[in-house]
Design a protein around this ligand. Structure first.
Ligand SMILES: Cc1cc2nc3c(=O)[nH]c(=O)nc-3n(C[C@H](O)[C@H](O)[C@H](O)COP(=O)(O)OP(=O)(O)OC[C@H]3O[C@@H](n4cnc5c(N)ncnc54)[C@H](O)[C@@H]3O)c2cc1C
Length: 298
């Protein structure tokens, strides 16, 4: 065991796993090992952990549910910090406060129970609240940026503070969170609604997903952002790429902006397919696609 590892084991109360295969933690079921997988138990643990990693010059990144990332086959040299333990969820009136590690679906279930509306768009989005803020998760009927009031972050100087929705400047599948900031808690504002209407809207969204997305295979959702006024999926289809395969990575015939792991795809297969899509869409449509998923590791 290296000196850094033995010190890390003393610092992190939540335990440390070394050589953890990240394929276990991504919706793609792809990804080489991380040097360290750490699950801090609370904010104090998180601050001590990041302080230690900074001091030792160890690279680190945060994981939600791993549903919007592609981890390369070589894995990650450094520490992956999972915020699973940040699982608090409270509601006061129409104001919901959730820890960064809470699943969007769990918040949705709570909102439905309390007849609160505004989160229906989240039906079927498999990420955490923290991941949803960073990626401004959403769909046709809304996005988290539209209901967030403020976000509690730990900045790179290890100060904790609240950032308002305005400061976060949400845009399509993105927001302006400075590098090195960790979302620890999110406050969202919903509104009273009719339980029947809320349930009908959720059922409609779930049915549409089932009809239009390849939910039976591992994926990371949409690979590319929609260019202004256009659908990335339609552009990929018009370039004739639906169904194209490299190794076990396949452009879904059901939704061309999804790449699925049709067996034992490697990250290198997915990346090769992404590069092919980028080149072909540029050649056929003159449009440069922008990646929505985050590619991480070596
Ligand atoms: C089947 C399927 C359907 C999907 N449908 C949709 C959809 O309709 N709309 C949509 O927007 N997305 C969709 N997605 C993509 C994905 O679920 C969302 O982007 C989700 O919000 C990502 O959350 P996560 O917790 O999995 O984040 P992760 O994938 O774990 O992380 C994503 C990025 O956020 C960073 N991050 C995560 N948590 C934190 C934190 N607390 N603080 C700082 N940084 C953090 C990570 O470092 C990484 O860069 C879909 C994915 C799948 C697999």
């Amino acid at each position: 065991m290296s000196e850094v590892e033995s010190q890390l084991r003393k610092v992190a109360r939540g335990g440390v796993r070394s050589g953890e295969p990240l394929s276990r933690h991504t919706s793609f079921k792809i990804g080489g090992p991380a040097d360290f997988w750490v699950e801090p138990v609370d904010v104090e643990d998180l601050i001590r952990l990041i302080g230690f990693l900074q001091q030792k010059g160890v690279d680190w990144t945060v994981f939600g549910n791993g549903t919007n990332v592609l981890i390369k086959d070589g894995g990650f040299r450094g520490a992956i910090i999972s915020l699973k333990a940040f699982a608090g969820l409270t509601v006061e009136g129409s104001c919901v406060r959730a820890g960064a590690g809470v699943g969007m679906e769990r918040v949705l279930v709570k909102a439905v129970d309390l007849e609160l509306s505004g989160l229906e768009f989240a039906a079927g989005i498999p990420g955490t609240v923290g991941g949803a803020v960073v990626t401004n998760a959403g769909g046709r009927s809304g996005e988290i940026g539209g209901i967030v009031r403020k976000v509690k972050v730990l900045d790179s100087r290890l100060n904790m503070r609240w950032i308002s929705e305005r400061e976060l400047r949400f845009t399509h599948r993105s927001c302006c969170l400075s590098p090195g900031m960790v979302v620890v808690e999110v406050e969202i504002e919903l509104e009273s609604g009719d339980a029947g209407d809320i349930r009908r809207r959720i059922a409609g969204i779930r049915n549409r997903r089932r009809d239009t997305q390849p939910l039976e295979s591992p994926s990371a959702g949409c690979i590319f952002r929609n260019p202004e006024g256009k659908s990335a999926g339609e552009l990929i289809e018009s370039a004739g790429l639906a169904g194209t395969r490299i190794g076990d990575a396949e452009v879904s015939a059901k939704h061309a902006n999804f790449i699925v792991n049709a067996g034992k795809a490697k990250a290198s297969d997915i990346l090769a397919l992404m590069e092919m899509i980028e080149a072909e869409v540029l050649r056929h449509c003159g449009i440069e696609l922008e990646r929505e998923i985050r590619v991480v590791g070596d």
